[in-house]
Each structure stands twice: as C-alpha cells, then as structure tokens.
Design a protein around this ligand. Structure first.
Ligand code: HEM
Length: 406
C-alpha cells in the first residue's frame, strides 16, 4: 500500500508515530510509488550523515527539485563537487559577513516598525519575509528595485510553500522558480562580463567546480537562489518567535533586558519546538545493514528531523516549550540530536550552511519584537494544520496597534 497520502496528512508525525507503534527506529514503506525506508532517532541520524553510506544524487523527489531545490544545486551533489560548492556557501558565513547581515536586518526592522505604525493591521509573516528579502538581496549584492520587492518576496515564498501542495499552490511554486531562475540567470551572465567583486552574487557567478568549469548560468542562478530563498524562509521562524513570545510572555523581559545567553536559548528552543522541514531524503550508496535491517543500494531513505527534535529519549518533556533546557544541559551540543536544519558537519555533510545566519536573524527579530516596538495581538486563528507543510499558523500571525518603543 502506498502511504504518500498518510505522510501528506501528517507530515510531522508520520515517521515517529509509526516507529513508536512498531517499537523500531527503522521501517520500510511505500511513498510516491517507491519502496522507501524511514529512520528516526539520534543513532539513525549519525548513520544517515555517513557519506560512505548515503548519496544525495537523485535522492529528492521530482516535485521537490522543481520547486524548492532547483536542478543541479548543492543539495543533489556528492563527493568533491559537494565539498567545493559547500566551501563556497560556508565562505559567506564568516563572522564579519554574518554581522553585516544582522546589521542590515536590524536597520530594516527599525524602518518597517515605523511603517507599521501607520497600518491598521500587520501580517507578520508577509512583512517579516519582505523585510528579510530586502536585507538579504542587499547582503548578497543583488540589485532589487523597490517595485520588485513584493513580487520577488512572493516568488521566493511560493517555492517554499509548494513541495507538499497540489493545485494552485504547487503551480505557483513551479512558476516562481522558473521566473526567478530566468531573471537571476541573466544577471549571472551580466556579472560574468565584469571583474570579480567581493559579493555573494559575484562569487557565485565566477565560481568554478573542481573540474575547472564555470557553472551553467541556470545552475548558478539555482545556487544564488539557495542563499536568497531560505533566508527569506526565516520569516516563518520570525512568526514562530512571535508565537512563542505570545504564548510565553514571561520570557519577554529577559530578552528585552538584553540577556544574550537567554535570547540564544530562546531561539534555539523555537527551532527545536516548532515544526519546519519534517524530514530529509538520501539514497543508499552501497548496501549495508543497520540494526538487522537491510539497506539495499539505491533505496530512498528519509530521516525524521521533527522526530529527533522531539525524541523523549533525547529531550526531557519534549512537548513543553522551555528555553531553560539549553542552560540545563538537555542538549550536549551533539550534531545528531538537535537537527532542525539537518545534522552532521556544516562543511563535510549536507547540514544547512545557513544555520548561523538563521539564528542571528531570529535573535534580531526577538530583540525587535521585545525592545524596539510594542504591539497588540488581536483574536485570530493561530492553530497550525497538521496537513500543511511547512507549518504556519492559519492566520499567519497578525498584530495591530504597533508603536516604536522609546
Ligand atoms: C540545507 C533547513 C535556512 C541554505 C538545509 C537542510 C535543511 C535546512 C533541513 C537539509 C539538510 C540535509 O540535507 O541534510 C533550513 C531551515 C532554515 C534554513 C529550517 C530556516 C529558514 C537557510 C539559510 C540558508 C540556507 C538562511 C542560506 C544560505 C541551505 C543550503 C542547503 C541547506 C544551500 C543545502 C546544503 C547541502 O546540501 O550541503 N537547510 N535552512 N538555509 N540550506 Fe537551509
């Protein structure tokens, strides 16, 4: 029996629910008409990130490639090509570069808060995505005229909304990607006619794979989108940060008062507690056995990110939102037990290269929401549907009566 529908209806609980029922961290099922192995738990994560056992080429389902990822990007590379491309992404994450993005975001927050003062209602999901879009284009050195801010933000958001959708939501994501790849591909061609500069745009345009070849302009556009799109996706985490502050107002004061350690623990708990990408996919490179289970070559394997972040064997009372757990040693820093953005090593493995800037942008948001502004949260439907992935409150988080603080 094919279980695709069951997965779509319960993207965040499908693997852990079945694993618990079976009393095993590994089981086979059929998904998207293919025999698929699902794994959960910290030990499974360690195995999943072993590059001798798994590859990413052709691992992602087609619908994910044509919306979220794009064809030919770092996500689907292995070995030396992956290592070189990943080194390029990590070169954007130096402390100075991170600080610059944080400053750009901080300035945008101040500007947007003043704009929100004149608005009857503010949709925080739309507005924070737009704010971050402006900041990341600036950071990457990609020109974005004012009239294109809205369409570009929507285009980037549509790619994130699309993979698990059917109908218009899916079509919007596919079209959004086609148009964004076209316009950024043209930009890459233009930039190649100019001498290299120290911007992310120029670095990607002039990057060469280990065989010495420049990237096809469309693939270069995919890699540029691999910086722009997921950074805009941090707008979702801004909503979760606001949601957590709303649900747990007792934490506001420590963040507002400048307790940096607590602010860090707060955003880490937001990343652990709230659902984002439920799972990641890889393919078995060569046959092996784990816990008596056979993994044949070529088999698609899904790792349950959400399940690991909520595994009661790893986390004390995982269903409670408690930033203090990060001070109490609930997490020992292992790369395989806290995996909202993947596990393993940032340089060697496929772990998200944007993890640090995600945390930076979330801290900037937490500070802005507590220190730089006051607002009211009117009655609205803040529930999240289990069949909508990536998850988001139905109302997207609306605020009103915004005033700049001080
Ligand atoms: C990979 C999540 C933000 C760029 C990933 C993976 C996840 C993830 C789950 C896959 C890990 C794996 O395949 O093992 C997130 C979430 C984010 C976020 C939830 C918050 C919105 C960012 C940002 C960037 C980024 C800000 C900007 C550079 C990438 C890239 C990859 C990736 C390029 C592919 C890495 C590789 O294949 O080696 N991310 N990410 N992400 N992320 Fe993020």
């Amino acid at each position: 029996m094919d279980n695709t529908l069951a997965l779509l209806l319960d993207a965040y609980g499908f693997i852990s629910g079945r694993a618990r029922a079976l009393g095993a961290d590994v089981f086979d099922t059929r998904l998207l008409m293919r025999k698929t192995t699902c794994v959960t738990g910290a030990e499974a994560a360690r195995v999943f990130y072993d590059p001798d056992r798994f590859v990413r080429r052709k691992a992602a389902p087609h619908r994910l490639t044509v919306t979220l990822f794009g064809k030919g990007g770092v996500q689907s590379t292995d070995g030396a090509t992956h290592a070189a491309r990943k080194a390029m992404f990590m070169s954007f994450m130096t402390p100075a570069s991170r600080e610059r993005l944080s400053e750009l975001a901080r300035d945008r927050w101040r500007e947007y808060i003043r704009r929100w003062e004149g608005m009857p209602r503010v949709n925080l999901f739309d507005e924070s995505s737009r704010l971050i879009c402006e900041a990341v284009f600036d950071w990457a050195g990609v020109p974005l005229p004012a009239r294109l801010v809205d369409p570009m933000t929507e285009r980037l958001k549509s790619m994130i909304e699309a993979p698990a959708a059917v109908g218009p939501r899916y079509v919007r994501g596919r079209l959004g990607r086609i148009r964004a790849e076209q316009s950024l591909g043209e930009l890459i061609r233009l930039v190649r006619r100019r001498p290299p500069e120290a911007t992310i745009l120029s670095t990607i345009a002039h990057y060469r794979d280990p065989d010495g070849s420049l990237l096809d302009p469309r693939v270069a556009a995919v890699e540029l989108l691999n910086v722009l799109r997921p950074t805009v996706a941090v707008g979702r985490y801004v909503v979760f940060t606001a949601l957590a502050l709303h649900a747990h107002p007792e934490h506001r004061e420590r963040i507002r008062g400048g307790d940096e350690e607590f602010t860090e623990h707060f955003v880490q708990e937001v990343r652990r507690f709230y659902p984002f990408f439920p799972l990641v996919a890889a393919r078995v490179a060569r046959p092996f056995e784990w816990r008596g289970h056979r993994f044949p070559a070529g088999r698609r394997v899904l790792l349950d990110l959400q399940g690991v972040n909520h595994d009661p064997r790893l986390w004390d009372r995982p269903g409670e939102f408690r930033p203090e757990r990060f001070a109490e040693g609930d997490w020992d820093g292992s790369a395989y037990t806290f995996v909202p953005q993947g596990g393993g090593d940032h340089y060697r493995d496929h772990r998200c290269p944007g993890e640090w800037i995600t945390i930076d942008l979330m801290k900037t948001a937490a500070r802005a929401l507590t220190r730089e502004m006051t607002y009211h949260v009117p009655p609205q439907d803040l529930r999240m549907s289990s069949s909508y992935a990536p998850a988001i409150p139905r109302s997207r988080f609306v605020i009103d009566h915004v005033r700049a603080a001080g």
